[in-house]
Ligand binder design. Structure first.
Ligand SMILES: Nc1ncnc2c1ncn2[C@@H]1O[C@H](COP(=O)(O)OP(=O)(O)OP(=O)(O)O)[C@@H](O)[C@H]1O
Ligand SMILES: [Mg+2]
Length: 244
C-alpha cells in the first residue's frame, strides 16, 4: 500500500519496552526516539541484547511498547486493537527473516502470492503479480520451483518478492544475510540497493558492520538506547515510490 502522508514512515517517540516485573524487570528499550523518512535505507546494529529485535517487533507491530508512542505511516498504533494491528501489519509492512520462512512444499510463485490471498486479491491477479515480483528479483525462471530446489540466496529473493508483493510502505528485514554465504549475501545486498534506488523504504537489522555499511544510515543501539545515528550516504526523499 503506497504511503498516504508526507510524514515519516516510522516515528518512535520516547518508546520503552519493559519485560517482566519487580526483580526480573528488563528494560529492553529505554526511551527510543527515531524518525525514518520514506525512501531511506536504515541499518540497525548493536551487540546481542541491545534491543534490536525488541525494536524490530515494535516497528513491525508484532509487539506494543510499554510506554511512548509509535506512528506507522502517520497512524498512531497505540490506538489500535489486535485485529487492526494485524491488518496494518499486513498492509504496510513486508517482513524478511534470517531463515526465509518460506512454506517448504509450496512453489516459489505460490509462496510469493500468499499475502495477496489474505488481502483478498483474486486468484489470477495473485499469480500475475507474484510472477512479476519474481521477475523483479531475478527469479522468473524459478517460479515453479519449491524452496528445497533453490539456493539460500534464491530462497531469500523469493522471501523478498513475497514481502514486496503487497506493495508495502516498509520492508523490514531481520538479519537478512545471516544464513547466507558471502556470494549470496552480496546478491541480496545488491537487490536491497536497487530496491532503495527505486524508492523503497528499508529497515535492516544486522550484526555485521560490512552489511550495515551498505545502508544509507546506521543506527547503533546499546542497552536499549540509540547511542549513534550516522548518515553514510546523502539522502533525497523520492518523489514517487518505484515500481520494484
Ligand atoms: N520476552 C522477553 N522476556 C524477557 N526479557 C526479554 C524478552 N525478550 C527480550 N528480552 C530481553 O531484552 C533485552 C533486549 O533483547 P533483544 O532480543 O531486543 O536483543 P537483540 O539486540 O535483538 O539481541 P540479539 O543480537 O542477540 O538478537 C535483552 O536483555 C533480553 O534478554
Ligand atoms: Mg535479536
Amino acid at each position: 500500500m503506497p504511503s498516504i502522508t508526507n510524514r515519516p514512515v516510522i516515528e518512535l517517540a520516547g518508546v520503552g519496552k519493559v519485560y517482566g516485573k519487580g526483580e526480573a524487570e528488563v528494560h529492553a528499550l529505554d526511551g527510543v526516539d527515531i524518525a525514518i523518512e520514506r525512501g531511506d535505507f536504515v541499518a540497525i546494529i548493536g551487540a546481542s541484547g541491545s534491543g534490536k529485535s525488541t525494536m524490530m517487533n515494535i516497528i513491525g507491530c508484532l509487539d506494543a511498547p510499554t510506554f511512548g508512542s509509535y506512528l506507522l505511516d502517520g497512524i498512531r498504533t497505540g490506538d489500535l486493537d489486535e485485529y487492526q494491528l494485524a491488518q496494518i501489519r499486513n498492509r504496510k509492512i513486508g517482513f524478511v527473516f534470517q531463515n526465509f520462512n518460506l512454506i517448504s512444499r509450496t512453489r516459489a510463485v505460490d509462496n510469493v502470492a500468499m499475502p495477496l490471498a489474505y488481502a483478498k486479491v483474486r486468484r489470477r491477479e495473485r499469480r500475475e503479480r507474484a510472477l512479476a515480483m519474481l521477475d523483479a528479483v531475478g527469479l522468473a525462471n524459478r517460479a515453479e520451483h519449491k524452496p528445497s530446489e533453490l539456493s539460500g540466496g534464491q530462497q531469500q529473493r523469493v522471501a523478498i518478492a513475497r514481502a514486496l508483493v503487497t506493495n508495502p510502505v516498509l520492508l523490514l528485514a531481520d538479519e537478512p544475510t545471516g544464513a547466507l554465504d558471502s556470494h549470496s549475501s552480496a546478491e541480496i545486498l545488491d537487490l536491497f540497493d536497487s530496491l532503495h534506488s527505486s524508492g523503497r523504504t528499508i529497515v535492516m537489522i544486522t550484526h555485521e558492520m560490512d552489511v550495515a555499511a551498505r545502508a544509507g544510515r546506521v543506527v547503533r543501539m546499546q542497552d536499549g538506547r540509540i547511542i549513534s545515528d550516522e548518515r553514510l550516504k546523502p539522502f533525497a526523499q523520492p518523489l514517487l515510490a518505484g515500481a520494484l
